[in-house]
Design a protein around this ligand. Sequence first.
Ligand SMILES: [Zn+2]
Length: 268
Amino acid sequence: MHTLIDIGANLTHDSFDRDRDAVLTRAREAGVARMVVTGASREHSPRALALAQAHPGVLSATAGVHPHHAVEYTDECDAELRALHAHAEVVAVGETGLDYFRDFSPRPAQRKAFERQLQIGVDTGKPLFLHQRDAHADFMAIMRGFDGKLGPAVVHCFTGTREELFDYLDQDWHIGITGWLCDERRGAHLREIVKNIPAHRLMVETDAPYLLPRTLRPMPKERRNEPAFLPHIVEELARDRGEDVTTTAAASAATAAAFFRLPPPAAD
Ligand SMILES: [Zn+2]
C-alpha cells in the first residue's frame, strides 16, 4: 500500500452527508493519508474549513469561489474568504479560475472573481488551487498580470492539450491529475502527455464525488467517486508514465506535502 495525498476532494458535497466518516475511514485504509478539501463556493468554503478543523492531521482545506459561482463574488464574499484564510487549516486560495465550457457565470464576472482571489493569494502568500476549462488564453493573460507576485500554483484536474501543459510547466506551475485520465472517450490524449510532467510538479486528486474513474473494477453501484479510489488513478498514471507505482505514489505525496506545506506523510 502506498501513502498518498488527495489534493482535491469535494468532501463537503451533499452526497457525503450520510456516510462522511466511513468515506474518510475507507480513504485511510486505502493509504490516502491526507486530503485537501476543496472550498469552491461562498457556502461551502466555510464548511471545508470546519471539516478540516474536525479532522486535524488528516484534512486540510482550500477557500475560494469556483468560476461557476463567480456571480456570488461580492465585497462581502471577499471579506469572508479573507477571514477564512486567517486559519492555518486553509492551505490554499481557490478553487478559482475560469470555465468557459459551461459558462454558468458570465465571463466578465468570472475574470473579476479570479483576479480578486489572486489578490488574496498575493496578500496571504498561500499557494493557488486553480481551475481552467476552455479559457486558456484569458487564464494565461490574467495570471501574467500577477507575474512575480504569486506563490506556487497548481492547475487542478488538468484536462488540456500538450501546448497548454507546456505553457503551465514553463511557468513552473504544478499539475493535478484526476481520473479523467481513465476516460477513454475524452482522456486518451492525457495518457500520451502525462510522462512530460516532472515528478516535482505532479500531484494527484480524485475530485470526488465527481469523475469516478471509468476503469475502476468493480464499478460502485452508485456512481460516486471517493478518495479511497485514488490508488487506482495512481496505478493508471504510473503505467502511462512508464514508472513503478511506488515511484509515482511517493513523489506525488512528497510534492503535495511541499506544495501545501503539510507535514510529510509517514513512510509506508
Ligand atoms: Zn475544478
